[in-house]
Design a protein around this ligand. Structure first.
Ligand code: ACM
Length: 639
């Protein structure tokens, strides 16, 4: 690989302007002087006042995308550098990932060259020791089960079977379930010894399946003896969870025999604490290839999570193939210097795209289903719709002033307009294709972060508001979402959304499930209004949040610092009054990918917090134990 010709360093200082000052230095390592050029970079620490820059000329900004030129006539010779600063920022920087994530220069001939981009340094160069995020842990019982079971009363054996194999006469469905668990294990741990055999294994142990109808659908019981293991269940889900527990027990004993054992006697009787045990993945900000989605599903199954909430659209891209609107996944996904969607969040000179074809979706949904996971798809409307509106510009009110409102992420005029009737025709066709692809009970329609003031400069929206007696953005949002809910009802689906769906009058609580993300108190408020609630508060369950306060720790920080110990200990139903607890359906981890520009980054932020949410979702409060969790979690598979 050629060394990059250009490098960008950036430093943040708390002094020198609103929310401090960013100083950027571009180095020219090419053989030629750099003249008549522009520098573009992407950053979450946005510039809000174009005038507030020193030794540079502001060219343009769109959300994270920034473009500057040097002063007229300025040239950077080979080996030389150009330094400029920007001093009106929309918030302070807190961590090394708050600076430029990517950059490119546009040369005099119009070509674009990617610039190597470094970590954001804090002026004064404070260096902090790396925080201890995970202690060594402590085991009272030597068993590698995660999430920990509801009840366990077993004795460790001295050795362990080479593999478990089905008793003679085992029914075909149970043998098939064993094959599913075997294949899951092989995909997750290609180099570890397989825990199951479909044929009698020398030095193996017999596994006997028992259908026990009194057990709940996701429950199972394991009874151990020296001769055999008995697995009781009443449905596919419980049977697979029992097999997963056995695979974990055997894999742990083999990998770390000094620490973990396989049981020789006793019983595990297990079932989940919550029915909704979710993991959300935002694939709009960064595209997650199909193979990685499949692997993430495998990891969810290993952790006994049962919902995959797939955030398929946002301002930055629409990732779901819709046959009626091919432009959504052509114009609506490609981000690049010369594309209608500009580079954002780590993109540089090379245009980047990526979407899921309907065949990809069918494969992913089938893969999930076989592992007991329901895929809940999300199209995020009416806000977060820049990519949609770029792909389908006819859905805008041509008389609405540009830049009449901005989303919290800095996108101008980014919400679908409730007064434009073709908006509903468009969404009707999208929902028609979605219900064919996704068998889920719920379709998630987002509903989050519509900027206050949205649509108020749209003459069409004004007219509708007058006609309907509606005043203000959120009452208009409620009008829109009520129509969306009716469209989903017509198609036999229920509406799920983020907590702001309840704003401005909401949509009617009946059959509506909302996710409380802004803070825990919101969940209780929603339940008081009669909504079913899933708890996803950013302060505990947003896995993009930074894990320690040190500047050198990567991650977002708007919801604060979220160490794994806090994610683990957080009790989502903690302050729910008893009479509202039945409306709290469960918990969910959310993976927002603004900062997720590599696999390594994904693994560093998602683990061990995803297993922590999984254990909080499954294990009864009285059985939660952070030190035990810490001792077992290093065995967890990663992406
Ligand atoms: C969200 O984080 N905007 C749901």
């Amino acid at each position: 690989m050629q060394p990059a010709s250009f490098h960008l360093e950036n430093t943040w200082s708390p002094e020198g302007g609103k929310h401090g000052r960013l100083t950027l230095t571009l180095f020219n390592f090419s053989d030629a002087p750099l003249a008549n050029f522009r520098l573009a970079y992407t950053t979450l620490t946005r510039v809000v006042d174009p005038e507030a820059c020193d030794n540079a000329i502001f060219v343009r900004r769109n959300a994270n995308f920034h473009e500057f030129a040097p002063p007229a006539g300025f040239s950077v010779g080979p080996g030389e550098s150009w330094t400029f600063s920007v001093s009106a920022l929309h918030r302070v920087a807190r961590h090394c990932t708050d600076g430029a994530k990517s950059a490119y220069v546009t040369l005099a001939d119009g070509s674009h060259v990617t610039v190597f981009t470094s970590d954001l340094l804090l002026e004064g160069r404070v260096s902090e020791p790396p925080p201890v995020l995970l202690p060594e842990g402590r085991l009272e019982l030597p068993f590698a089960i995660q999430p920990w079971p509801a009840t366990i009363d077993v004795k460790p054996g001295k050795d362990f079977p080479v593999a478990l194999y089905p008793a003679k006469g085992t029914d075909a469905a149970s043998v098939k379930a064993l094959a599913t668990a075997q294949a899951l294990f092989r995909r997750l741990f290609p180099a570890n010894h397989i825990p199951f055999s479909l044929i009698a294994a020398p030095q193996g142990r017999v596994l006997r399946f028992v259908d026990r109808p009194v057990l709940a659908r996701e429950a199972y019981a394991l009874t151990f003896s020296g001769d055999e293991v008995l697995l009781a269940y009443s449905a596919d889900a419980g049977r697979l969870y029992g097999l997963t527990t056995l695979a974990q027990l055997l894999d742990g004993a083999r990998r770390e025999p000094g620490k973990f054992r396989f049981p020789i006697s006793g019983e595990i009787a297990d079932q989940p604490r919550y029915g909704w045990r979710g993991c959300h993945l935002d694939v709009s900000r960064q595209f997650t290839p199909k193979a990685d989605v499949l692997r993430l599903l495998d990891i969810l199954a290993w952790l006994k999570l049962n919902i995959f909430h797939w955030h398929l659209t946002d301002d930055e891209a629409w990732r779901l193939e819709i046959r009626a609107y091919p432009q959504l996944t052509s114009t609506g996904v490609l981000r690049g210097p010369d594309e209608p969607l500009l580079p954002q969040l780590g993109n540089a000179a090379e245009p980047v795209g990526g979407f899921y074809s309907q065949d990809d979706v069918r494969e992913i949904v089938a893969h999930a289903l076989a592992l007991g996971i329901e895929v809940v798809p999300e199209v995020d409307i009416p806000g977060h719709s820049t990519a949609t509106l770029v792909a389908l510009p006819d859905l805008t009110d041509g008389q609405e002033a540009p830049d009449s409102y901005h989303s919290v992420q800095g996108f101008p005029n980014n919400a679908l307009n409730p007064a434009i009737e073709p908006t509903y025709e468009f969404l009707g066709k999208v929902f028609d294709e979605m219900v064919e692809l996704f068998p889920s009970e719920y379709i998630h329609i987002g509903g989050d972060e519509v900027a206050n003031g949205s649509w108020l400069a749209s003459p069409l929206a004004r007219k509708l508001m007058e006609k309907e007696g509606i005043s203000g953005t959120f009452a208009l949002q409620s009008y829109f979402l009520k129509r969306i809910k009716a469209m989903l009802t017509e198609r036999g689906r229920k509406l799920a959304g983020w907590n702001e769906v309840a704003h401005g009058g909401g949509v009617g609580a009946e059959g509506t499930l909302l996710m409380a993300w802004e803070k825990p108190e919101v969940g209780i408020e929603l339940a008081r209004e009669g909504y079913e609630v899933v708890m996803t508060p950013g302060q505990a369950y947003y896995l993009d949040m930074v894990q320690a306060d040190a500047w050198q720790e990567p991650g977002a920080s708007w919801a604060g610092t979220v160490p794994p110990a806090h994610t683990y200990a957080y009790e989502a139903e903690g302050d729910f009054p008893d009479e509202l607890k039945h409306l709290m359906k469960g918990v969910q981890a959310c993976i927002w990918q603004e900062n997720f520009i590599s696999h390594e980054y994904f693994n560093r932020l998602v683990f061990p917090r995803l297993p922590a949410v999984a254990e909080a979702a499954w294990t009864p409060k009285a059985q939660k134990d952070w030190l035990r969790f810490a001792a077992i979690v290093p065995l967890s598979p990663k992406l």
